[in-house]
Design a protein around this ligand. Sequence first.
Ligand code: NAD
Length: 290
Amino acid sequence: MTARILDGKAISERLTIEVRRAVDARCAAGKAAPGLAVVLVGEHAASQIYVRNKRRMTEAAGMRSFAVDLAADATEEALLRTIDRLNGDASVHGILVQLPLPKQIRSERVIEGIDWRKDVDGFHPYNVGRLVLKLPTLRPCTPYGCMRLLAETGEDLVGKHAVVIGQSNIVGRPMALELLMARCTVTICHSATRDLPGIVRRADIVVAAVGKANFVQGDWIAEGAIVIDVGINRNADGSLSGDVDFASARERAGWITPVPGGVGPMTIATLLANTLRAAELQDAQPRGSP
Ligand code: NAD
C-alpha cells in the first residue's frame, strides 16, 4: 500500500481562509480586529523563522500583529512586566511567547503570567486543566492542528489505538488528551518505553513527536495506519526531516503527513483560529471576570 498524503499546506490554507472570513465578518459588525502579540526573546535562529512566519500569517488573516522583541539577556522580571502590559492592552487578544526562552527565564512563570483568555498557545495551567477535564477552551496549537489533519482522513477515530511518541507539555501530552477526547485508546511512549517498535506495530494512529530525524522506521508501521509526523529536524545540508522515515513508512501507512508541508503549517493556522477564539472569549468575558 502507498499512503495517501495528508497535505497540511492545502488544509491549513483552507483553515486560514475560514479564519479570515470570520475576522472580516467581525470587523464588518464593528468589532475590533483580533490582535496577536508574538514575543521573541533573543536571537535563536529557528525561533526567528517561526516568529516571522507567525507574524506574516497573522496579517494575512486580517488580524493585527504586534511584534515584541527582547534582548537575549532580558531578565525574567522584564519579560513578566512586558506580559503584564500586554495583558492590560485591549487591542491585544492573544499573547504568544516563543519557546525556548533563554536559561535565566523560567518558562512556567512566564506562561502562568499570561491572562488565560489571551493564552493562544494553550499552555496556561487553566487551559491545560480545561483540556484534561474535557472542557477545552484555548487548545495547544500543534495537537489541535493534528486533530484537524486526522479529521481530514474521514476515518472514524472512535476505538482506534493511537500511539503518541513523546510526552512533552507542548506536543505529546496535549496530543494524548486530544486523542482521548476523540475516544481513541491512547498509549503514550517516551524515552524510557520498552519495545517501542512492538507498541507502534499495534497502532492504528501513530503521532511522532520525538525530535530525532527518521527515527520511526517503516517496518514499525501497521498496514493502513495513519501516521502524523510532528518532528522538524534540520539536516546538515539545511533540508528538513521529520521523525518518521517517510520513504519506508509511506509504503505501509494508509495516510501520512510529509515534512515539510504537514503538521507545521497546521500549527500556524490553528494559532490564528485560537486568536480569533480568544477575541471572542474576551468579548464575552472581559478581563477580571472569573
Ligand atoms: P521534546 O524534546 O520536548 O520531547 C521529545 C520527547 O521524545 C520526550 O518526551 C522524550 O521522552 C521522547 N523521546 C526521546 N527519545 C525517545 C526514544 N528513543 N524513544 C521514545 N521517545 C523518545 O520535544 P517537543 O517539543 O515535543 O518536539 C518534538 C519534535 O516536534 C521536535 O522535532 C520539534 O521540532 C517538533 N515540533 C514541531 C512542531 C510543528 O509545528 N510541526 C511544533 C512543536 C514541536
